[in-house]
Design a protein around this ligand. Structure first.
Ligand code: ARG
Length: 463
């Protein structure tokens, strides 16, 4: 007894088609259609290899290859009828191929399974996103380097504990993020290198009895080599997890920069002005200019790290090899990738358009006794005090200035000498913020010439 709703791929063993709920929970075509181009590339490589190995005829391979290209253009032009009954992208493409070319379509699946097929499709998709992330991170780094160049010697307060610590340069602060996003790009490159092995030809799990050439398909798809163990090939999703881990760290970095932009653009700070193009207004308060893009970027880390944790939970405890659980890998990765790319693009635009307020940065740099460390260092260098004692003397002077309601450079020489008799006029040369940053000459320090040297290195690297 047969049923017309029976699955065309495995109907032979089944008496009836699936329950509607079964179909709903099982189908992945709603999302895995995003891998159509990768699926077709994988099938084309497989068909060409089957012909080269004499497993199918050249004529059949040619019909398959042509049919697949027709399907690709149907999908790209939006005139492909995706069917939930056909479950996933693999079966949708194969069924359409059968409509187009007839019998030879049935030979495409020789020596292959949906298990290696989905593994190759997903790898190719994630590989593209690794490349895209690297490109977007480079563009963001260039925007930050541009900001660093404009204000290589602009002084601003450097913070620890969100309290004014020491004066730093705007350029140095921008380059700190370039270091972070540069490492992120490195993580995506590393992930890509490890990812770049072809699972195609692992078949269901054990390999195949057909004389396939896995090296040929690996080469055709831009992989460095075929994966060495067929069981691992169909059950491994490390590449997706590595992508999500790299994406999580990058999103965390983005959230830190976003948070600084939110703080810096407040009326209390006024360190930066965001452009109108990257701000929103309020429906009730006419004066408002809100940093919505920065806030949304700050929040994106939630779903991206959520995807990372989510896929870890899916993979945890799965026995070898393929289990349908693994179909739950894709939506999280798609969503995380979409949101990371959007956040990177938005951050790049915001940074490019950003105008830092030099005067406000400089005024803030001088507040909060930011050159107290310079004073202590002067006591060590000039009077030979042990640093601990210099720290104590300086602390007394900060307390005195605080009582007077003034800054350190406003104290008189007599005030200074009340804390240590040896202090001379010369001390005032180190109390200015420009002197302070210029003196931070240690490698990686905030001195403008150090910053300019780093800018030159980054421009070379980002070329
Ligand atoms: N849609 C499936 C997935 O995303 C494809 C692989 C199906 N394999 C299987 N043996 N049912 O994982």
């Amino acid at each position: 007894m047969t049923d017309k709703t029976q699955n065309a791929m495995w109907g032979g063993r089944f008496a009836t088609g699936p329950d509607a709920i079964m179909e709903a929970i099982n189908a992945s075509i709603g999302f895995d259609r995003r891998m159509a181009a990768q699926d077709i590339a994988g099938s084309r490589a497989h068909a060409a290899m089957l012909a080269a190995q004499g497993i199918i005829t050249d004529k059949d391979a040619e019909a398959i290859g042509k049919g697949l290209l027709t399907i690709l253009s149907e999908i790209e032009n939006g005139n492909f009828a995706f069917s939930t009954a056909l479950e996933d992208i693999h079966m949708n493409v194969e069924a359409r191929l059968k409509e187009l070319i007839g019998e030879p379509a049935g030979r495409l699946h020789t020596g292959r399974s949906r298990n290696d097929q989905v593994a190759v499709d997903f790898r190719l998709w994630v590989r593209d996103r690794c490349d895209e992330a690297v490109a977007k991170l480079s563009a963001l780094c260039l925007a930050l380097v541009g900001q660093a160049e404009v204000g290589a010697d602009w002084v601003m307060p450097g913070f620890t504990h969100m309290q004014v610590a020491q004066p730093v340069t705007w350029g140095h602060h921008m380059l700190a993020y370039v270091e972070m996003f540069g490492r992120d790009a490195g993580r995506f490159r590393d992930a890509r290198t490890r990812l770049n092995e072809s699972p195609l030809g692992a078949a269901a799990l054990a390999g195949t009895s057909f004389p396939i050439d896995r090296h040929m398909t690996a080469r055709a798809l831009g992989f460095d080599r075929p994966s060495a163990n067929s069981l691992d090939a169909v059950s491994d999703r490390d590449f997706a997890l590595e992508f999500l881990a790299a994406a999580s760290i990058s999103a965390m970095h983005l959230s830190r920069l976003a948070e600084e932009l939110v703080i810096w653009s407040t009326a209390q700070f006024r360190f930066v002005a965001l452009s109108d193009r990257f701000s929103t207004g309020s429906s009730i308060m006419p004066q408002k200019k809100n940093p919505d893009a920065a806030e949304l970027i700050r929040a994106k880390v939630g779903r991206i790290m959520g995807a990372n944790a989510g896929l870890m939970m899916v993979m945890k405890g799965l026995p070898l090899t393929y289990s349908k659980d693994m179909q739950e890998d894709k939506e999280q990765v798609f969503d995380a990738a979409d949101n990371l790319m959007l956040a990177l693009a938005a951050m790049e635009g915001m940074i490019r358009d950003l105008s830092a307020n030099r005067a406000n940065l400089e005024a803030a740099a001088a507040s909060g006794f930011s050159t107290a460390t310079d004073l202590a260092d002067w006591l060590v260098r000039t009077l030979g005090l042990p640093f601990r004692e210099a720290h104590h003397v300086t602390g007394a002077l900060v307390a005195l200035a605080e009582r007077r309601g003034c800054d350190l450079p406003d104290l008189t020489l007599a005030d200074m000498q009340s804390a240590h008799a040896g202090i001379t006029e010369d001390v005032y040369t180190v109390l200015g913020v420009h002197n302070s940053v210029a003196s931070r000459q240690s490698y990686g320090g905030t001195a403008p010439n150090q910053v300019r040297a780093q800018i030159a290195l980054w421009k070379e690297k980002l070329k």
